[in-house]
Design a protein around this ligand. Sequence first.
Ligand code: ZN
Ligand code: ZN
Length: 345
Amino acid sequence: MNVARLHAPGDLRIEDAPVPEAGRGELVIRVRTCSTCGTDAKIFRFGHHHISLPRVLGHEVAGEITDVGSEVEGWSLGDRVQVIAAIPCGVCHYCRRGQHTVCEDLESIGYQYDGGFAEFMRVPRKVLAVDGVNRIPEHVPFECASLTEPLACVLNGQELANVGEGDAVVVLGAGPIGCLHVRLARARGATTVMLVDVNQARLDLAARAEPDATIDSTKDDPIDAVRKMTNGRGADVVITATGVGQAQEQALEMTAPRGRISLFGGLPKDDSTIRFDSNLVHYRELSVFGAYGSAPRHNREALSLIAHGKVRVDDLITHRMPLADVNRAIETVMSGDGLKVVIGP
Ligand SMILES: [Zn+2]
Ligand SMILES: [Zn+2]
């Protein structure tokens, strides 16, 4: 079978590899769609301290079961499934409290285990042990199911920041994750959703997510614009879906009293310090949340949101490419010219 294996930063090769067999407690799936994301592009360029190379990348995976290992119950050949990316250990201090995203022994598909940029993928025993395989309803296409994992991460962020009925929400960053935030905020009952970016072309592309307003922050001051749209109050929730520190600083200033800020996108590790006016947090009684990945239960709920039409994802897929073109797919992600770029071997 063909796989896309990263040998060194910038060196991603299509190679031949043996089709994996399912060992005890494992599954093997034929990958039908693996979606690409900004993290893949980051790993492609810089490697990652948790990834020992060579490694088959890809962690937003949907496919069908082609091999069932011994001691696996409840799964059969041909079942259509979505697989989690982040694999919690299930036994550490945080896992025991249900806080799987901050597991002390977190592993991931495409990091410690070969991922979905391949014709077939082994689903490790650890994934099944934490209920990390989800059945895709018949009417949901594989490519939509492959967006479950990023939506699960977005759901984790909005749960932590408690996005809900009546909120005015601002999303900074109009990439695919920003679009998912817009859609999910709407599904959770936000009344006004504003999308901010520094690039008008990206805002035009992201308009399909149907925010109430788009703000080009190179033309209009985003803090003024948000105040104008909220009777001077500011936003109840501001989500930064970008790796730019200035956006985090703006987020703090445009948040209304008692508002919540989700620092969803991480910053470059050599440039992760921002100017933080803590008096804004003090006097306005703001809360600042982080968000990192998703738990198995977020994947289950995200797939259900997609299946029930609560969060539409099909129109966020702008590019479909075969596995052989994985390098072009990652270039497309880096260029920002598209939203979701999916690989179908
Ligand atoms: Zn991802
Ligand atoms: Zn754990």
